[in-house]
Ligand binder design. Structure first.
Ligand SMILES: [Zn+2]
Length: 195
């Protein structure tokens, strides 16, 4: 016996989440139908409607209601911190230690997985870097994060801005978004110039 079309539709939508395979999507869909009441479903529909109006900042890639986010609107663009993911921005903002703007790559270079520099948000960084004094590279301390940092350094070698790489008090393979505020603060303070 097959699932009803309604359930298949929900499974298909849930499968679009990164990291959710068909089996998990199936479990979530069945859970929604069997465990949620209509109020739960209504609030989920409303939450989805709300996020539908959000967009990416045209400058840094942050999530925003307007074309340009509050951070880009209100802060000086001398200092740009390059990060992998929107979640990293929230981790750093929560630590309340940084007063510059960001640039969200939406990934890292991973040649093995077929992700080349053209596949991530790098081109606009090179445009933005022309007006910046310092570029702080805060990609994760993974092999891919390092390769990406080196690539950015190479591409910006003739620019006027200085380039620094944040220090890490966490092991290689660690992730920025799971790092506590104090470690993040130390990582930023201990950044070293790489150009
Ligand atoms: Zn922005």
């Amino acid at each position: 016996m097959k699932y009803l079309d309604e359930i298949n539709g929900l499974i298909e939508s849930l499968s679009k989440y990164q990291g959710i395979g068909p089996k998990t999507a199936e479990r979530l869909a069945i859970n929604t139908v069997t465990k949620w009441d209509s109020n739960d479903i209504d609030s989920f529909i409303n939450a989805l409607k709300e996020v539908k109006n959000l967009k990416r900042c045209k400058c840094c890639g942050n999530i925003t209601k307007n074309d340009i986010c509050d951070i880009c609107n209100n802060r000086c663009h001398d200092k740009i911190m390059v990060i992998e993911d929107v979640k990293d921005l929230f981790a750093i903002e929560k630590a309340d230690m940084y007063d510059g703007v960001y640039h969200i790559l939406d990934g890292v270079i991973n040649y093995q997985a077929g992700i080349t520099p053209e596949d991530i948000n790098l081109e606009s960084l090179f445009l933005r870097a022309k007006d910046a004094k310092e570029i702080i590279i805060a990609t994760n301390p993974s092999v891919e994060g390092e390769i990406t940092a080196q690539y950015i350094k190479e591409m910006l070698k003739d620019y006027d801005c200085s380039i620094s790489r944040i220090a890490y008090g966490l092991p290689v393979g660690g992730q920025l978004e799971y790092t506590d505020s104090l470690t993040l603060l130390k990582a930023l303070e201990g950044r070293r110039n790489i150009k």
